[in-house]
Design a protein around this ligand. Sequence first.
Ligand code: WTA
Length: 572
Amino acid sequence: MNGEQLESVVYASNMGSYEQACKRFQWKDVESHFTWSRTGKVNMAHEAIDRHVYEGRGHKTALLYCDGQREEAYTFMQLCMESNRFGNVLRKYNVAKGDRVFIFMPRSPELIIALLGILKVGAVAGPLFEAFMETAVKDRLEDSGAVAIVTTPELLGRIRRDELPELKHIFVVGDCSSLDDGSLIDFKAEVNQASYEFEPEWLDREDGLIIHYTSGSTGKPKGVYHVQNAMIQHYYTGKVVLDLQEDDVYWCTADPGWVTGTSYGIFAPWLNGVTNVIRGGRFSPENWYRTIERYQVNIWYSAPTAFRMLMGANEEILDKYDLSSLRHVLSVGEPLNPEVVRWGWKAYGQRIHDTWWMTETGGQLICNYPQMAIKPGSMGKPLPGIEAAILDDEGRELPPNRMGHLAIRTGWPSMMRKIWNNPVKYDEYFRFNGWYVSGDSAYMDEEGYFWFQGRIDDVINSSGERIGPFEVESKLVEHPAVAEAGVIGKPDPLRGEIIKAFISLREGYQPSDELKEEIYGFVREGLSAHAAPREIEFKDRLPKTRSGKIMRRVLKAWELQLPTGDLSTIED
Ligand code: WTA
């Protein structure tokens, strides 16, 4: 039976016979686990939540939520029922298959219920990180043509309703009576009146699931569009990489505003039917360790910046909490330093398993598996079913130990299906026939382990969050004092990189610390806190090409005191 074959793949990869697992692997064995293998139709919310109710897990705890103020538990049955109700509300307002519906709010059970409801009516979910400010929110809603949004009274003011003609419905979670001009919909009041009875919209595998906006080195953020089919990857990697088992309690620390927070904060754990912890509120070592202790978390997925912060925390904190429930610890989003892996072994008695993937890939691709020998500093090996390679600038495969473009053979289930409104951008990823080109540079060693080297483009990775320099530069030049701006990532021991802006001022403005503060605040308030430049340097002029493009490469060389390289295209 197909199910057994998948289990044997899992078993084999857990036992380290990776080559054997690769040989035997077939995607169709994974697919056989889903409803569509019988009906041909699918819905992520059904597969992740409702299916467990029909299969006898209705009373199992699906969600453990806490944020320091609220602490709540929901069974699969409760999530099924509550999201049915919100599905009914959405239908009442004629939100239907294919519509883009955004979620802009801090983590909470309502966020989860809203997301599941959106999926149940067949709409495409668009999660937005709560720290986004007006411009960032507007760009994303406008580009995607969102028809509805779920938000909170606190964040409502950042949505420029008068400039978004396509945005018809605003659902507010929380008291909006004082804000209401008749156009707001009270989420809770509507949900409480709605019926529990609901038939999900049955979809095809290539129908839409989610759009995550992410940054490139040029242009505004790109809407990375994923389809229902991605669930195959989420389910499979939940088994073989996260090692999810029936009685596990799993915690992914990422916010659903980023892809890790949906693919691995929502889809993978619930497709596998495990108990999922979601923690809101701020990071602190105490809060985090308390969460592990209190819920007896077995499997923990976080990011290098968080591990570095925990590593930097007072050693005694570790003695205060019982972390012995941990069985498997994973990391994603930025390079995982070898010393962090070694520290994790000492601190938690666990090897931290690095995983590599991107918003565009929808799911994990290159990983360290549970029982695999870890080489600290390496991202691991491609999953069974995934072919990865290092290509040169012409798209030819390079032999081991040569650095080049990290590329993946096209056709894995969770590959993005488009960049919203931007087919040209989409095609750039696939410029070498048969390959997806990641934009990362890496090499592969003789044993098939992949080693991350850096980004090939100018994308900045600060605390695991991707920031496009163009978006920051565009905001900077809106400030009255700024004539021109060039933005780079500056290496930082804690955050990986921080954002540094080089700025030339307009006539009449003098460099000063107050002006730096003001410009920082301007980006922070207009775009978002994580996109604001922590460091600003004023320059009389910025290096530019003859066609007027600011040369970030030269700015970076200045910063790192490296040779500036070929300057033949510079202006003067
Ligand atoms: C980087 C996050 C080194 C990389 C899921 C990639 C990593 C970008 C790793 C994607 C890793 C992700 N080691 N770098 N294990 N994982 N990255 O789209 O540059 O927010 O291209 O997706 O993060 O970031 P994104």
